[in-house]
Design a protein around this ligand. Sequence first.
Ligand code: NDP
Ligand code: 8X3
Length: 255
Amino acid sequence: MGKTALITGATSGIGEATAVKLAKHRYNLILTGRRSERLRQIKQDLEAAYDIDVQPLNFDIRDRYQCDAALDSLPEDFRQIDILINNAGLAAGFEHLDEGDLLDWDRMIDTNIKGLLYITRKVTPQMIERQSGHIVNLGSIAGSQVYENGAVYCASKHAVHALSQGMRIDLLRHGIKVTEIRPGMVETEFSLVRFDGDSKRAANVYKGVKPLTADDVARTIWWALSQPAHVNVNEVVLMPVRQADAFYTARKETK
Ligand code: NDP
Ligand code: 8X3
């Protein structure tokens, strides 16, 4: 029986790229997300290309009962989860706090913080039982910097930063590794979601700069996962060359 990784938010972007990377390294995969057709297609593609089994789990991570039911439904062969990639997340909206949409705030807090907690709470007991496992959380540079119009998203990633440190401390005595991956701008569906499908506004985010790709992040996740047993990568901050941090980006002139 090979090793198994659970990746939340595997229907696009970083989660999907990480699924491909781990499939290449012969991990069986549990892939989650709300878009069931995409999960079905990814399962089909990965099982055809690699000698692995993929178990799709179609649920909304904001709902703790759906999280429990989905994980409880796993077949016996998928119950030992060696790697958990807490990736599902989003930014919704881009305005000053006094004009923010409360539904957007709920979406971000419920997905990025509470969803991550629900899944982690469900998966860690069996890692503790085996005294082994590796949890990778998708943080962000927004986990230590706050920019205008992004207060709630940044707060949610500050929470991921705090939770990553807390998990590392609480799981230390069980030999469970915890890594936080904290990228700058990555071109995925992230900006399209943030701007509610406005592709022009989304494209503007990356104007004049070559952003990271989802595969760049997946490669970094694999690097952290493939260290020797006694080595833990606590965190990685990964940036496009022309972006220094949340505030300084050197954009090339474009027509
Ligand atoms: P994408 O929008 O491409 O992917 C987001 C994934 O999260 C999708 O698979 C989506 O699946 C899933 N997701 C969102 N909401 C829910 C939900 N309620 N229930 C279940 N799954 C959900 O964005 P990225 O790949 O860029 O984002 C992945 C992570 O990386 C996020 O945590 C993001 O904050 C972080 N990040 C992104 C950066 C960037 O610039 N792109 C930079 C730094 C961090 P579905 O819609 O099918 O449910
Ligand atoms: C996503 C990167 O800079 O848009 O976490 O917050 S940023």
